[in-house]
Design a protein around this ligand. Sequence first.
Ligand code: NAP
Length: 248
Amino acid sequence: MTAPAPRLLVLGGTAEGRALAAACATRPGLETISSLAGRTSAPLLPHGPVRVGGFGGADGLASFLRSERITAVVDATHPFAATMTDNAVTASAAAGVPLLVLRRPGWTERPGDDWRRVPSIEAAAALLPRLGGRVFLTTGRQTIGAFAGVDECWFLARSVEPPAPPMPARLEVVLDRGPFTVEGERRLLAGHRIDVLVTKDSGGGAAKLTAARDRGIPVLLIDRPPAPAAEQVATVEAALSWLAGLGY
Ligand code: NAP
């Protein structure tokens, strides 16, 4: 029996997912399909074929893997996309398809930083009023509702798409997408007299953390969800080596 044609599914929505899809396009014989959740109206599209929208849970993803004859999956979703990653682990096992999780490393505190780590968005909202009154909120549109009851604080929230209610009463929204520069972040913090930054421990570009350190303001950092029960690498190069190990 001949081996099935190599067909890779990249679960994306990140710079790493796009970089991996672009790199895979140069591998002869390897077909790569990228998948996006469809959260943003004008997403940055990966190179090559792209499908958009949920699969319908782990069962839906397992059916997709079988019907599309997928032979390997790389989960390159954002470190906080925990539901998608859990589904990828379950579905890949059910369909007998090898899975790799590609996650950029989280951030590490440096001298001059004043970081408070919390386990969840809710814990961040509870602690926030004790740290500052003018907040730069960078945790994403879907999490703004968790801060709706924090009436002591004024918020500058940055997101790619406009947030929907519930929202904090005193809120200004800036619609923007990274990468951001340290100089730009410094200007934003100074211009709005920000005295505390709230962020997920997403990893990657750290301009806002550098700007917060320079201004001597505290950072409320939300810890990542637990690591998935799957093989994990931190770079696109390591993911390409894993694929090479499969013969792709
Ligand atoms: P999530 O909570 O883990 O996933 C919720 C559901 O959305 C999943 O069960 C799945 O629906 C669908 N989904 C998520 N990612 C998908 C993908 N790449 N392709 C197809 N369906 C997907 O995910 P999330 O945190 O909302 O993130 C959604 C997307 O935004 C991901 O692609 C992620 O990489 C990107 N993103 C997330 C963040 C963040 O902070 N969470 C930041 C930047 C980018 P079904 O169950 O129906 O399959």
